[in-house]
Design a protein around this ligand. Structure first.
Ligand code: SF4
Length: 342
């Protein structure tokens, strides 16, 4: 695993941290967490908001980027992904409190109390009543995106409840002093962990970030200078020997590990008889020419299938028969999302 930095804090593609990783991150690293986008509605308008224009401000729900509209859809997607926990995000899930509570209750009922659930919010809608309800239905971890003074009130209130409480903010280059103040204040009130996310360009924030002078690192979507600042902050935390867990989550981790591991699980859990699985993708053969009698025989023996007018079979069978075929490569979504025909 590549070590990317530094003198006193060593980092791999999985990130860098001082202290312990939050439970939600431990599961995420293994690809065991799914993401439930509860709603695109949010009362803030952060210039770095990564939410896509198609979702921002719209009351839509997704699980792992698949649109869902019912409890059954959510459960099916989580079973297909083999998840043992979820992160509830948006938008601000607390804008739709009843929906959020009912999702948490349903997941705990269906998957059991060990199923781990964390939730992101700015804290605007947090109060003791809301916290009691969240704790009662079984929320395990609350991650506050600190955007204003009200986020601190939310943190202070949450710390009085039996729940894991942390901060999760992107690392904006040029904010070293602000981040130090944030960490010291979090430490003083007893916040358990701080997650620092590498700032990423997305369809939703590209223009806004470019207009403010941020640039992408070569060959990626991460912002120049975000990782360096995160490492500087971790070294500072380590030097001060602060009793707080701080974790830096690099953008590359999501692409190379979290996403691929989740896709690999989904592929294995939903593999069709003619599919091969590797690197988080499924592959099969689409026969372009083969003697009709051979194809008929394959279909009758359930080794080939006609799907949307194409005859499909496993690559192994297609090779063995010497038929002409294309290898189809797809994301293991339902329905499959074809990426390449080779
Ligand atoms: S709080 Fe989060 S969802 Fe809301 S605008 Fe800011 S980044 Fe986007």
């Amino acid at each position: 695993m590549a070590v990317v930095s530094a003198e006193s804090v060593s980092c791999s593609d999985l990130g860098c941290w001082v202290g312990q990783l939050p439970r939600g991150c431990e599961l995420c690293i293994k690809g065991l967490k799914s993401v439930i986008f509860v709603t695109g509605i949010c009362s803030e308008n952060c210039f770095y908001c990564p939410v896509s224009p198609a979702r921002r401000g719209r009351d839509l729900m997704y699980v792992n980027d698949c649109p869902v509209s019912s409890r059954k859809d959510i459960i099916c997607e989580l079973i297909a992904s083999g998840s043992t926990g979820v992160g509830l995000t948006g938008g601000d899930p607390l804008v739709r409190l009843d929906r959020t509570l009912s999702i948490i209750r349903m997941l705990k009922d269906f998957f059991g109390s060990e199923f781990h659930i964390h939730l992101y919010t700015t804290g605007l809608l947090i109060n003791n009543g809301v916290l009691s309800k969240l704790v009662r239905v079984g929320l395990n971890e609350l991650r506050i995106h600190v955007v204003a003074e009200y986020s601190w009130h939310a943190l202070e209130a949450a710390l009085k409840h039996p729940i894991s409480v942390g901060i999760e903010n992107p690392i904006l280059p040029g904010t070293l002093e602000d981040m130090k103040k944030l960490i010291l204040r979090a430490h003083d009130i007893g916040v358990e962990f701080i997650n620092l996310n590498e700032l990423e360009f997305s369809e939703g924030n590209y223009l806004s970030l470019r207009l403010r002078g941020f640039r992408t690192k070569s060959g990626g979507v991460a912002a120049e200078g975000s990782e360096e600042l995160a490492i500087e902050i971790l070294e500072w935390v380590k030097d001060l020997n602060l009793d707080i867990n701080v974790h830096y989550c690099p953008s590359v981790f999501k692409d190379r590990y979290q996403y691929i591991r989740r896709m690999q699980r989904r592929a294995l859990n939903t593999k069709l008889i003619y599919e091969e699985v590797s690197d988080g993708l499924v592959r099969w053969a689409s026969i372009s020419s083969c003697p009709e009698s051979v194809v008929d025989k394959l279909i009758r023996s359930d080794q080939a299938f006609v799907i949307d007018g194409e005859v499909v079979t496993s690559i192994r069978v297609a090779k063995k028969l010497g038929c002409d075929f294309q290898v189809v490569e797809a994301l293991p979504l339902t329905p499959r999302k074809i990426l390449n025909r080779l």
